[in-house]
Design a protein around this ligand. Structure first.
Ligand code: FAD
Length: 288
């Protein structure tokens, strides 16, 4: 339970952090809240020779509204997400999701950037970011590029991040006023990763669903955006038949591992149940 030896670096600007990462090469890793990386180092599943701590870079913190988007700095902690009045008003599903992550100690240190950049399919924020249509701002020595959360995840712990790049901010379109939302997570106990979880954001008009977006957590090697399921709901009155078809479409794209959280078939079915519950809550909250 003791990590291998490593050199510690603490840059104060994004420019110096990316320059350091590029110069130090493959054996260097960014360090954010440390609550995914340090446990891996303690068990020697990760043995980086250099840690580049991002915590002294003020530019990576904060939550602001810019036009029709909310921009969240990568080093914003899960606790800060929960406390944010701006998010509670405009994107309350972020708070609903963040309070289901781990426990308060972890949420005080764990960051949204670390949670999204990690590539762990068990993390809750990535599927939510896909559901919300978020994009990730990636910064390297060649400049800044934006990658949609829906395109970022390539496999378990494999992402679109290039060597030397860091995730600097997450941009989320502000959902329509009166939208409905729900994040439902099945876990074995407080502090556990999801057996399966679902994020839903919908808009309604005159009893008809005018848009629906669905993300699924921990039921594949990557987070899943259930595009077909959302398309089935859109334009429907959310009658039982449409919901059943959407749930079946969502279950069909899952590919969970059988593990201590249950056999694959069970986890797929739980993804469907979480989707039904999240949808039910979203409909109850939608105000148009
Ligand atoms: P770190 O651990 O510092 O980094 C994680 C990885 O991302 C590392 O590879 C690091 O190099 C990389 N990285 C970090 N920041 C950046 C960046 N800005 N740019 C590029 N790469 C970066 N999470 C959940 O979502 N749901 C849970 O239920 C849950 N339960 C947990 C239970 C326990 C007991 C523990 C210890 C953790 C749990 N977590 C859970 C994980 C927790 O939320 C982590 O804090 C989070 O996944 C990683 O964020 P971090 O800031 O701690 O990142």
């Amino acid at each position: 339970m003791i990590p291998g030896t490593f050199d510690y670096h603490r840059p104060t600007t994004v420019g110096s952090a990316v320059a350091l990462l590029l110069q130090l090469g493959e054996e260097a890793r960014p360090l954010a809240g440390g609550h995914s990386l340090i446990p891996l180092m303690k068990t020697r599943f990760a043995t980086p020779e250099h840690l580049v701590d991002l915590s002294a870079i003020e530019a990576l913190r904060g939550i602001v509204r810019t036009g029709d988007e909310i921009v969240i700095g990568a080093m914003t902690t899960q606790y800060e997400l929960i406390q944010s009045a701006l998010l509670t008003e405009l994107l309350p599903i972020i708070r609903e999701t963040a309070v289901l992550i781990a426990d308060p100690q972890i949420r005080y240190k764990g960051t949204i950037g670390g949670n999204c950049a990690n590539g762990d399919p068990g993390n809750d924020m990535p599927a939510l970011m896909q559901c919300l249509g978020a994009s990730y701002q990636l910064t390297g020595t060649d400049g800044i590029r934006d990658v949609a959360a829906r395109d970022f995840y390539l496999g378990a712990y494999a992402t679109a991040l290039e060597p030397g790049e860091i995730l600097t901010a997450i941009r989320i379109p502000v959902p329509a006023t009166g939208h409905g939302y729900g994040y439902e997570k099945l876990k074995r106990k407080v502090g556990d990763y999801a057996t399966a979880a679902a994020a839903v954001v919908i808009t309604m008009s005159g009893g008809r669903c005018t848009s629906a977006s669905i993300g699924l957590t921990n039921v594949s090697e990557t987070p899943l955006w259930a595009e077909e399921a959302g398309a089935i709901l859109t334009g429907s009155t959310l009658e039982v038949e449409a919901i059943n078809r959407a749930v079946a479409a969502a279950e069909a794209i899952t590919n969970p591992a059988s593990d201590m959280r249950g056999p694959a078939e069970y986890r797929t079915k739980m993804a469907g149940i979480m989707l039904r519950r999240a949808l039910e809550r979203a409909v109850a909250r939608a105000t148009a």
